[in-house]
Design a protein around this ligand. Structure first.
Ligand code: HEC
Length: 149
């Protein structure tokens, strides 16, 4: 919970003593997760620029995301189902977007975000996941490790 609060602060503010906050985030005892200051801040900046209008500024998702009648963006902060996807699956949906009834409900980012930028965004929202969610994901995707670099 403390971990989440720290990271939500990063998410919400992204300013003010950035180095200190990112270091706290990086050392808050998240087994298997390693972050660089650069990748976290790149991730939060890109997320706010491109994803937050649908997925929410703290990746909390749209309030109606569980309503099957509307195509509302789900949470990516560990309270939804995105942990069920492996890394490649996340990259694929971000690159290709999602069509429903011939309409894009999530835009495709292929050609608009680099592989590195997509990795940074995923690394940032995974940093928001509670440890047990990350652990569940890691076990389900044993070959996957924290983003390198
Ligand atoms: C126009 C609104 C919109 C924008 C902008 C948007 N998304 Fe989405 N996203 C959605 C919707 C809606 C879904 C659910 C699609 C479905 O019904 O399968 C989704 C699904 C996802 C999923 C799968 C979630 C899951 O639970 O499996 C990921 C990952 C994701 N988006 C990442 C991103 C990222 C990263 C960005 C920014 C680069 C982004 N999205 C921008 C609307 C959006």
């Amino acid at each position: 919970m403390v971990m989440t609060a720290v990271l939500l602060f990063v998410a919400a503010c992204g300013k003010g003593e950035p180095d200190k906050t990112a270091k706290e985030a990086a050392t808050a005892g998240q087994a298997g997760r390693t972050f660089t200051t650069e990748s976290l801040f790149s991730g939060v900046r890109l997320f706010h620029e491109h994803c937050a209008q649908c997925h929410g500024p703290e990746a909390q998702g749209h309030p109606d995301w569980q309503n099957p009648k509307v195509a509302a963006a789900p949470p990516l902060n560990g309270t939804g189902n995105v942990w069920k996807r492996d890394k490649q699956g996340m990259i694929a949906i971000i690159k290709n977007g999602v069509m429903r009834n011939g309409e894009p409900v999530m835009p495709a980012w292929k050609g608009r975000l680099s592989d590195r930028e997509i990795e940074d965004i995923i690394g940032w929202y995974q940093a928001l996941w509670p440890p047990e969610v990350y652990e569940r994901w890691r076990k389900a995707n044993a070959s996957e490790t924290a983003p390198s670099g």
